[in-house]
Each structure stands twice: as C-alpha cells, then as structure tokens.
Ligand binder design. Structure first.
Ligand code: 5GP
Ligand code: ZN
Length: 154
C-alpha cells in the first residue's frame, strides 16, 4: 500500500491543500505544533532526501520559503518559526516520505509546544485538528500566496 503522503498526493486521502505544482504539494499538518503548521512534500515517493532527484530539495525549500512569507503576512510566526526536515527514523521521522515542516511559533508557547513535540516524537500525535479549521487556514494561505504571485507579476 502507498504511504500516507502518497495517498494524500494521489487524492485518496483528504488534506487541506495550500499549494500544488507538478513536483510539490503543500498541506496543513493535521496535528499542528503551532498555528498554521504546513508540510511540503515531493509528489513522487522518496523516503529520505538522499533518494530525491537533483534539485528537488531546493525546490521543496523554495516552496517552504514562500509559505513562510505567506504565514508572516497573516501574522503567524512573527516571533519565529521552525523550518524543519526530519530525515530518517533516528531523526524522529515518523512518516517515511520526505516532508518539510513550516511551524509558526508564538512568544510564550514553549511549554505547549514542548508537550506537543513530545507526543510527535512518540508517534502518538494526539487529537487531530478539526477539518474546518484546517480548511480555513489553508484558504487564508492560498489567498496570500496568490497575492504574492500577482505582486511579482506587476
Ligand atoms: P515527522 O515526525 O515524520 O517529521 O512528521 C510527520 C508529520 O505528519 C507530523 O507532524 C504529523 O502530525 C503529520 N501527519 C501524520 N499523519 C497525517 C495525516 O494523515 N494528514 C496530515 N495532514 N498530516 C499528518
Ligand atoms: Zn510516499
């Protein structure tokens, strides 16, 4: 059976999509470690970065950077964000398909964030965020990305 992120890329599992092109897909993390936590994946399955084609890692991080900018314009992660790639089991990679996390942080959220991170490390993850909330955040990000794109073209 295809991995969970391949199923999302193939439209077999639901996800709140933020961005899509021929190579990459970005969607809301269902167990966010911060408000508006997004994952960017290559559409083709690769377990680790070393299995990716030349240039694919740069492409993922370029998409991650534009999502980081969109989050900031929405006021998310103004005080800081994690741009994170867990590469391999020992490095806490739970889903065996390359993904970049963009996790907005807020001042004073260390305790809450550490608790959630501890759950992620065990692979339990905790409760999923309700779909309407993820859809609302994805929609806000899509609008920001579109605005960013239009601004570049003018
Ligand atoms: P890792 O620990 O492998 O770096 O992170 C995997 C991420 O995938 C976690 O942040 C987790 O919340 C997220 N995740 C796991 N299953 C799903 C899912 O079905 N949908 C979405 N959108 N995210 C998922
Ligand atoms: Zn996969």
């Amino acid at each position: 059976m295809a991995c969970i992120f391949c199923q999302i890329a193939g439209g077999e599992l639901p996800a709140s999509i933020v961005y899509e092109d021929s190579e990459c897909l970005a969607f809301m993390d269902i167990h966010p470690l911060g408000r508006g936590h997004v994952l960017v994946i290559p559409k083709h399955h690769a377990r680790q970065v070393t299995e990716l084609e030349t240039g694919a890692t740069q492409r993922l991080f370029a998409v991650a950077e534009s999502i980081l900018s969109a989050q900031r314009r929405l006021g998310w992660g103004l005080d800081g964000s994690h741009i994170l790639l867990n590469d391999g089991k020992t490095a806490n990679q739970k889903v065996p398909h390359v993904h970049v996390h963009i996790i907005p942080r807020e001042k004073g959220d260390s305790l809450k964030s550490a608790g959630k991170l501890a759950l992620h490390v065990t692979g339990v993850f905790g409760f999923a965020t309700p779909r309407p909330r993820l859809e609302e955040q994805a929609s806000q990000l899509r609008t920001e990305l579109l605005t960013q794109c239009n601004r570049r073209q003018t």
